[in-house]
Design a binder for this molecule. Structure first.
Ligand SMILES: [Zn+2]
Length: 108
């Protein structure tokens, strides 16, 4: 390939650059050989994954139980507060009725 052609032809210039770049790449034969998969390693990873999944399920179950407990606690507490407030309103009304100071102020 003559050099002046490279200066005016874009396609050949690209090809020349590709060839030059590929020459700089390391020899593929020198690459690290693929290591054989170790059975024990795979087994350990699988065990860890299973263990993690089991732990997550346990955590979720505990969270759900805690949420249910909280829900029932607040539901019960809410009912108690409602009952208490009704009782206290009735009590206040009864006290108002008993104290007859207002009677003297009321017109006949
Ligand atoms: Zn060309």
């Amino acid at each position: 390939m003559n050099e002046p052609h490279l200066f005016c032809c874009e396609a050949c210039r690209a090809e020349w650059r590709l060839r030059r770049a590929s020459r700089r790449l390391p020899d593929p034969a020198g690459f690290e050989p693929e290591a054989p998969v170790e059975e024990r390693f795979v087994e350990r990873v699988l065990t860890a994954v299973r263990e993690e999944r089991r732990r997550r399920v346990t955590r979720f179950t505990r969270l759900a139980a805690a949420a249910a407990l909280l829900f029932f606690f607040f539901a019960g507490a809410g009912r108690e507060v409602a009952a208490t407030s009704v009782a206290s309103v009735e009590q206040a009304y009864a006290q108002l009725d008993v104290s007859s100071d207002l009677d003297g102020l009321l017109p006949d």
